[in-house]
Each structure stands twice: as structure tokens, then as C-alpha cells.
Write a protein of this length. Structure first.
Length: 419
């Protein structure tokens, strides 16, 4: 089977390319084949027999456990390592000890340090906000550090006591009010981890001719972790990307040295020359601002926990997580796994009502990543026509006027008809 390869920052894709896929648990059994069918039809329609995806199933989650006794077999990790590009449905989080989250485990094992979540509105979908068409953002969420590193100790354990004794006796920390009943977590945030994420966001903005990057953080409270993220981001922009960016940190320097009028002139000159503006905002203010002035934001670079909240809120603003795509990417090695951003939804699994659009739009991202842009555009345009005509699965159709509610399979067929 043909494999994608990565060298010198460039992905090379054969005309027949093998793509490992995880079917997923719960609704994954329905949305994965629907997505594959639509992708295959689009690729065939655009390229005829000259290009083709060979789908290669690998196991993870409940299906893997039932068949192999392992939630995440090593063979699955090896397949993603070897073939570089993959796609997955939603996975069950194991109950009890062992792996905390299969999604987090995949990201950490393959060092997929970018979680990329593009968010935009499609005409016909009902949104809870007044002007959803103003939402067009690309979220770069750091994927391997922050509290998702999983460094924590439960209250009452010897490890929690040992940790408290160390910070209290050795570090002089006296701010733990109830040490006997406190659990503890460690939040690692590194300069290297922050800068590789922000570097990827800047390079993405350059490739796609996007106007700004906003560093979203809580550096006003967590001064060395989230504050470090902000500081390291500005340092990166001002050193590695001086010719293509203008940072608001630089604006402040000019304002203090030469006055606000000169700083405004410098900002205006940067905009006129097409430089990308690098700015920052406190996370809670950002969540408010996205509701009031979403048009001010384009590319978002943020840490792991902030990115979790932000991406879900923005998805809700354009209609819900059911149409939110996502990818986990390492831009240094070329590894990427595209995924449904919602859960397994066991309450609706097997009922032919789940919306496959999250995984399908992640498939669109995958096709663009492969360089098969014409097929990606064909699918996205078909989705637009489908939604605009009022055809949708129940989760979206219930809010539309004069809508036609379709089952999962019927929605798949409508999208194929609209290709």
C-alpha cells in the first residue's frame, strides 16, 4: 500500500495512499463508514481512477479491548507512525485505572502537539448568536502539556502527602488551606512546547494569508506558565518572524519610547505591508469578546485547557460540536490524525440519527492536508448546499424552519447527491 512520506517540511502523497482509520465506539460505527463513502465518491468524481484512498482499519477503544484485551494496541500506534496520516471516530474513555483518555494517549504517544480546530458558520444552520457569519477562526491548542499531562495525586494518598510535605517544608509554600483533604496537580508549560505551537500557528497564518494571531492565556494569574506562554510567543514573533509579523508587544515598546502616535503609525504601516498582527488577550475576556466582536479574531494560539473551552464555545456559536472538525498534528514529523470532536453518544448509537458532519469535515481537513484540495472543496460545497436547502440530521434540523430531517444514511446520500 502506498504511504505518505514527509521530508524537509513537505508531505509527499502517492496517488493511491493508505490511510489507517479507527472506526470508533458508539456512533463511530455509523459516522465512520458514512464519511468514508462520501470521501471515496468525491475523490472518484474529481480524479477518476487516478487517485484513491485505501482504508486500513486499526483498533482502539472498546472494539480493540473486546478483540485484543488492549484499549490501545501497539500495532495501532505503529500504523500511525508508519503511515503518517490517519483518521478516527470517537473513543470510549476506559473506566478505572490505566489509560486516562485514549485521545490524550494518542496525542502524547505520537507527540501530536497541535490540536487544530477551524470554526466557521455554514448558511442554513441556526446559531444562538446574531451574526454567526462573523465567526471564522482557526484554533491552535497546545496538545501535550498543561494539566493534560496527567501529573496529579489524589487526596489522602501517600503521594499527595509526600508532595505537600515537599512544597511545604522544602519550598516554603504556605497557601494550601486544607492539606489533609487536598488533591494536587502539576501544570508543566515549557518554552519549547509553547513556541513550537505558536510557530505552527504563525506559519499557518502565513500560508493561508490570515491577518492576525491572538495568544490567549491567563498570565495575569499564572505568571510563569501562562504568562510564559505569552512572553515566549512574542519573543518568537520578534525573532524568527520579524519580517512577516508585527506584535503588540513591539507596539508597546514603541509607544513607551517614542509615543503612542508613532506606535499607531508603526501599526498602520505593518497592516499596509500585509504583516500578521500578533496580539494577546486574557482567556476570560476572550470568551466574552468572541460573542461581542468575533470578527476581530482569526488564528488563536492557546494552551491545552483554554483551548478545550474555547473550541467548544466557538463551535456552539456556529451551530454545535456536531459540525466541528479537528486534527492533531506534528508539523515537525508530518504525523496527523483527524478526528470527530464529539463523544461516542451511546444514547443515540445505532438509531440512524447521528450527525456525521464533524468527522466528515475532519475528512475535508485531511484531504486538504494531503493536497487533494479539489475533492475537499467538492465535499464542503456539497455540505453547504445540503444545509442551505434545509436538509440535516435531527440535531440541526429541529432548529431550522421548513427543514427536512434526515437519518444518518439519508444525510450521507443527500450529500453524495449534491456533490
Amino acid at each position: 500500500m502506498g504511504k505518505a512520506t514527509y521530508s524537509g517540511g513537505k508531505l509527499t502523497v502517492p496517488d493511491t495512499v493508505a490511510i489507517p482509520f479507527i472506526e470508533g465506539d458508539g456512533v463511530g460505527v455509523e459516522i465512520t463508514p458514512a464519511t468514508q463513502t462520501i470521501i471515496d465518491k468525491a475523490v472518484s468524481k474529481v480524479y477518476g481512477s487516478s487517485r484513491r484512498i485505501e482504508w486500513m482499519e486499526v483498533l482502539a477503544g472498546e472494539k480493540a479491548f473486546n478483540l485484543t484485551g488492549s484499549w490501545l494496541p501497539e500495532e495501532t500506534l505503529e500504523a500511525f507512525r508508519e503511515y503518517l496520516i490517519g483518521i478516527k471516530g470517537p473513543l470510549t474513555t476506559p473506566v478505572g485505572g490505566g489509560i486516562r483518555s485514549l485521545n490524550v494517549a494518542l496525542r502524547q504517544e505520537l507527540d501530536l502537539y497541535v490540536c487544530l480546530r477551524p470554526v466557521k458558520w455554514y448558511k442554513g444552520i441556526v446559531s444562538p448568536v446574531k451574526d454567526p457569519q462573523k465567526v471564522d477562526m482557526h484554533i491552535f491548542r497546545e496538545n501535550t502539556e498543561d494539566i493534560y499531562a496527567g501529573i496529579e495525586w489524589n487526596a489522602g494518598t501517600p503521594e499527595a502527602k509526600k508532595f505537600f510535605d515537599f512544597i511545604h517544608n522544602e519550598m516554603g509554600i504556605n497557601k494550601v488551606r486544607f492539606p489533609e483533604s487536598s488533591s494536587f496537580g502539576v501544570k508543566p508549560v515549557s518554552k519549547e512546547g509553547s513556541q513550537r505551537l505558536i510557530r505552527s500557528a504563525i506559519e499557518y497564518a502565513i500560508r493561508h494569508n490570515l491577518p492576525s494571531i491572538t495568544l490567549v492565556h491567563k498570565g495575569n494569574i499564572m505568571k510563569f506558565t501562562e504568562g510564559g506562554f505569552k512572553r515566549w510567543g512574542y519573543e518568537l514573533a520578534e525573532t524568527e518572524f520579524y519580517d512577516t509579523t508585527f506584535s503588540m508587544a513591539e507596539y508597546e515598546h514603541i509607544s513607551k519610547a517614542e509615543g503612542k502616535e508613532r506606535a499607531d503609525e508603526a501599526l498602520g504601516e505593518a497592516v499596509n505591508r500585509g504583516k500578521i498582527i500578533i496580539k494577546d488577550v486574557i482567556a476570560d475576556a476572550f470568551l466574552q469578546n468572541t460573542l461581542l466582536t468575533p470578527e476581530k479574531y482569526s488564528v488563536i494560539a492557546t494552551l491545552n485547557l483554554n483551548g478545550d473551552y474555547i473550541s467548544d464555545q466557538l463551535a456552539a456559536m456556529v451551530g454545535g460540536i456536531g459540525i466541528a472538525p479537528g486534527a492533531n498534528i506534528n508539523y515537525n514529523t508530518g504525523h496527523a490524525i483527524f478526528e470527530a470532536t464529539h463523544g461516542t453518544a451511546p444514547d443515540i448509537a445505532g438509531k440512524n440519527i447521528v450527525n456525521p458532519s464533524s468527522l466528515l469535515l475532519s475528512g475535508v481537513m485531511m484531504l486538504n492536508h494531503l493536497g487533494w484540495n479539489e475533492a475537499a472543496e467538492l465535499i464542503e460545497n456539497s455540505l453547504c448546499r445540503t444545509y442551505e436547502s434545509g436538509h440535516a440530521t435531527e440535531d440541526l434540523a429541529r432548529f431550522m424552519e421548513n427543514s427536512a430531517t434526515l437519518g444518518t444514511k439519508e444525510f450521507r446520500d443527500k450529500v453524495i447527491d449534491n456533490l
